[in-house]
Write a protein that binds this ligand. Sequence first.
Ligand SMILES: NC(=O)c1ccc[n+]([C@@H]2O[C@H](COP(=O)([O-])OP(=O)(O)OC[C@H]3O[C@@H](n4cnc5c(N)ncnc54)[C@H](OP(=O)(O)O)[C@@H]3O)[C@@H](O)[C@H]2O)c1
Length: 352
Amino acid sequence: MRALVAGEVGEPNDVLRLESRPVPTPEAGQALIRVKATPIHASDLHVLRGRYGFSPEFPTVGGHMECVGRIEALGPGTEGLKIGERVVAVAVPAVPGPRVAGTWQEYLVADIHTLLPVPDRLSDSSACQLAVNPLTALLLVARELDVQPGEWLLQTAAGSTVGRLVIQLARHLGIRTINVVRRRDAVEEIKAFGGDEVICTEDEDLLQRVTEIAGPAGVRKATDCVAGPVGAQVSQALAPGGEVVVYGALSTHRQTDPAALTIPLQARSVIYETKVVRGFWLNRWFGTASPTDAMRALSEVRSLVADQVLSIPQGQPFPLERFAEAIAFAETPAHGAKPLLVLEDGRDRGDE
Ligand SMILES: NC(=O)c1ccc[n+]([C@@H]2O[C@H](COP(=O)([O-])OP(=O)(O)OC[C@H]3O[C@@H](n4cnc5c(N)ncnc54)[C@H](OP(=O)(O)O)[C@@H]3O)[C@@H](O)[C@H]2O)c1
């Protein structure tokens, strides 16, 4: 079978090679999955560059997040799932937790507790992106911040996949969103998508606009995945006692200067206004959630997507052998769709 393997830490397109490897054999409690589609997330590229929160042992098969495929075989005595069943393999390594197989390969072996059956009416594009970003959106809004109907939620990078899912979930739950984008041409798109208010950092003052929108009471809850000066402005825009959950650091992605990797906070505001800035990382959530709770949350996400409350933006398919093109696409500003590596025939009919 073909596998996309990185021999060492480095620039993804320098270190990744297509290799031929034997198809693995599932042991008791495991399933062999024939992979159909798997996304290229920014975090997958961080892992290869050695800039993520965990590091696999190299050489490593790329793709440390998720994929969709069918169960081809089960380990001895393994029950609960059937051969031929279509499943999402959640390949997010729990921290702390055991190693898991990378998804950028034609077959992988996974613990059956990490497999979520998905109906055929969900497209490959939606199914292979079900476990990471929609789950993150749900956990941020409903659990980490417990945003209530009628409350404001301020979020950055609103045009990202997570940002769009947060907007949809917020509308479903009656939450009002203030959405920060970096490009003027994204503003109308986010409004049309259902964002209540949009702030464009290209030509607007974030703090001033939040005050205008939310009034003197301010915003008590925020999410940020940009960090740097934008993350700092979000913390300043919070009402006293407010809380921002930082879950990404997009502005730091290609930076090497340590000063560029910070979120410069105003000490006085953190102390005297008792603001809270804290992190969220799905890997650590999987490391602390019980398998039952993790599966419950994933099932909730599956229902939200199947019921079309959440619509996952359609990915851009690339056959596995065109991985270099897919990675270059992933790193192009304003590329829109998420690149997906597709295996087998690569066709995707869309959600039905
Ligand atoms: N902590 C966790 O467990 C967790 C889980 C899931 C995702 N994440 C993180 O969440 C973030 C979003 O992921 P995604 O998959 O939803 O992203 P995505 O779909 O690939 O979209 C990236 C978005 O970020 C915007 N962006 C890129 N660089 C930016 C910058 N320097 N300043 C402002 N905006 C910027 C892009 O805007 P343009 O359209 O203008 O290019 C685009 O809208 C990533 O940082 C990811 O690692 C974290």
